[in-house]
Design a binder for this molecule. Structure first.
Ligand code: FE2
Ligand code: FE2
Length: 229
């Protein structure tokens, strides 16, 4: 099973390749891939790839960074800020034809900021995350990202915040109170129904529950319940 860095790295390589091709063929001078219709199609593929990648990161990777690294909040805030700006640019780009005068301008902007963002993640975040995650955590996180990408949005949706994506991943907002008769705290479902994921997460942090950053709400509740018996 590929670990989180192989999953992310494969995406980054794919995006870098797309950016290089789009940059090289700017101006329509290099055969069919420089033609507006072809460029529109390539940008469309880029938007799909980017949207899935960033959504999966926001659901699982940045929460893990916040949890694992002492300066995790600062790093995640900066990265999700870059991602938010990128979503806005891609959203505009998505609505333009390749022959629109703004198309190449916005694309040029994205090529530059997209590369900067990738470099930031690879050089400022990954090295310490590689040290902070156990082999199992890195592999579990990789699986979650891969799964998340399968159903992640294929358009940028700048109106959906990284925090909302994180909550969606953790099942927040959909949790229901467990039915009567189940002793609170003895079962993940009961505890998960009564507390928010963030509250459970804080408790898990206090109790030193390992692997908490990649756990679902119910898994967290179960771990807390086991330790409180
Ligand atoms: Fe990212
Ligand atoms: Fe990334």
């Amino acid at each position: 099973m590929p670990d989180v860095f192989s999953v992310l790295s494969k995406d980054h390589e794919e995006v870098k390749k797309m950016l290089a091709t789009l940059e090289k063929n700017r101006g329509g001078s290099r055969g069919s891939s420089g033609r507006p219709a072809q460029r529109k199609k390539m940008v469309d593929d880029l938007i799909t790839e980017e949207s899935r990648h960033e959504a999966a990161e926001e659901m699982y990777f940045w929460p893990a960074v916040r949890d694992k690294l002492p300066d995790g909040d600062k790093l995640a805030d900066k990265a999700t800020g870059q991602e938010q700006e990128a979503k806005e640019v891609l959203d505009k780009l998505d609505k333009l034809g390749a022959d629109d005068p703004q198309f190449e301008e916005l694309l040029g902007e994205f090529i530059e900021s997209g590369r900067e963002h990738i470099q930031f993640e690879e050089t400022q975040v990954w090295p310490n995350m590689r040290k902070a995650l156990s082999k199992k955590e890195a592999s579990d996180l990789g699986t979650k990202l891969q799964e998340a990408k399968k159903t992640a949005p294929t358009r940028p949706h700048p109106e959906v915040s990284p925090e909302a994506l994180r909550r969606r991943a953790q099942g927040g907002g959909t949790a229901r109170r467990a039915g009567g008769g189940t002793r609170a705290g003895s079962n993940g479902k009961a505890a998960a129904g009564q507390k928010t994921k963030a509250e459970l997460y804080k408790e898990a942090q206090k109790l030193g529950v390992e692997g908490r950053s990649s756990m679902t709400k119910e898994e967290l509740a179960r771990q807390i319940a086991q330790r409180s018996r």
